[in-house]
Design a protein around this ligand. Structure first.
Ligand SMILES: Nc1ncnc2c1ncn2[C@@H]1O[C@H](COP(=O)(O)OP(=O)(O)OP(=O)(O)O)[C@@H](O)[C@H]1O
Ligand SMILES: [Mg+2]
Length: 254
C-alpha cells in the first residue's frame, strides 16, 4: 500500500534520515519505533507532505506522492495525528470532527441558500457520521463539550477521531499513548484494533512497548535516521541491535 524508497532528509548540514525504506501492506498495524530523535516523526512529516525529502521516493497505492502537498496526500487517502495535540480547544468535540470532515461536504454555497432542505439533510448525515466516529473512541457522551475541557488522554483520542474524519485508507498515528494512564492506554489499544478491523491500515509510532507488542503485526526500528531492524514484534524483541539502541551499548555491557 505504502512504499518508502531510500528516503533521505538533511536539515542544513545535518542528515536526519539516511536511506529509509520500508513497505506497509494493506490491513496492517505497522509499528515504527526507536529512541528519541531517531527520525520517526520526520518520516511522518515526509509521508504526509509537510516536509520534502532530500532524496528518495514515496509510492502510495501505485502512485508517486513524493513532494505532493499535504492536502493532496490527504485526498489520496493518508491521514495523521500529531505528537503535539492539535485539537481546537474552543470548539465542541463534534465540531472538531466536523471541521475534519469538511472535504466530504457536497453542497455548494449556492445550494446552501436555494436548497435548504437538502442542506439540512446533509448536515444531519454529517452529524450522524461524526457521532459514529466519536463512538469509536468512546467520546459520544462528551460530544457537545468544549475540547479544551477534556483530559490529556481524551484529547489524544479526539485527535485520533479527527484523523478518521477524512476517511483515510492509511492512518499515521504519532505517539497516541503519550501522557495516558495504564487504563487509558489499554482502552486506546482496543480502539486502535477496532479502527484497524473497520478497514483502516495503520502506521503507529509509539514509545510504550506494551502497545507495540500488543497490537502491531510488524515493526520497523529506527536509530540515528536509519532502519536498523524489522520483523514481527517477537523477532524485534530478540534483536541485538534493537536492545542496544534502547539500552545503549555501554549500559548493556556494564
Ligand atoms: N525542522 C527541523 N529542523 C532541524 N532539525 C530537525 C527538524 N525536525 C527534526 N529535526 C531533528 O531531526 C532528528 C529527528 O527528529 P524526529 O522528531 O523525527 O525524531 P523522533 O524519532 O520523532 O523523536 P521522538 O521520539 O523524541 O519524538 C532530531 O535530531 C531533530 O532534532
Ligand atoms: Mg517524534
Amino acid at each position: 500500500m505504502l512504499k518508502l524508497e531510500n528516503i533521505a532528509k538533511d536539515f542544513g548540514g545535518l542528515r536526519v534520515l539516511n536511506g529509509v525504506s520500508f513497505e506497509i501492506s494493506e490491513g496492517q498495524i505497522f509499528g515504527l519505533i526507536g529512541p528519541n530523535g531517531a527520525g520517526k516523526t520526520t518520516v511522518f512529516n515526509i509521508i504526509s507532505g509537510l516536509l520534502k525529502p532530500s532524496s528518495g521516493r514515496i509510492i502510495f497505492n501505485k502512485s508517486d506522492i513524493t513532494n505532493q502537498p499535504p492536502h493532496v496526500v490527504t485526498e489520496q487517502g493518508i491521514s495523521r495525528t500529531f505528537q503535539n495535540i492539535r485539537v481546537f480547544e474552543d470548539m465542541s468535540l463534534l465540531e472538531n470532527i466536523l471541521v475534519g470532515m469538511h472535504r466530504l461536504f457536497s453542497y455548494s454555497s449556492v445550494s446552501m441558500f436555494f436548497d435548504l432542505p437538502k442542506k439540512k439533510k446533509e448536515e444531519k448525515q454529517l452529524r450522524e457520521k461524526a457521532m459514529d466516529i466519536l463512538s469509536i473512541v468512546h467520546l459520544t457522551e462528551k460530544a457537545d463539550l468544549k475540547a479544551g475541557g477534556l483530559s490529556y488522554g481524551e484529547q489524544r483520542k479526539l485527535e485520533l477521531a479527527r484523523a478518521l474524519a477524512t476517511e483515510p485508507k492509511l492512518l499515521l498515528i504519532d505517539e497516541p499513548a503519550a501522557g495516558m494512564n495504564p487504563a487509558e492506554t489499554e482502552e486506546l489499544m482496543n480502539e486502535i484494533k477496532l479502527i484497524n478491523k473497520n478497514g483502516y491500515t495503520i502506521c503507529l509510532i509509539e514509545h510504550d512497548m506494551k502497545v507495540i507488542m500488543g497490537i502491531c503485526g510488524y515493526v520497523a526500528v529506527m536509530n540515528f535516521g536509519e532502519i536498523i531492524a524489522e520483523g514481527s514484534p517477537e523477532e524485534i524483541r530478540k534483536e541485538k541491535l534493537v536492545i542496544e539502541a534502547y539500552l545503549g551499548k555501554d549500559e548493556k555491557s556494564a
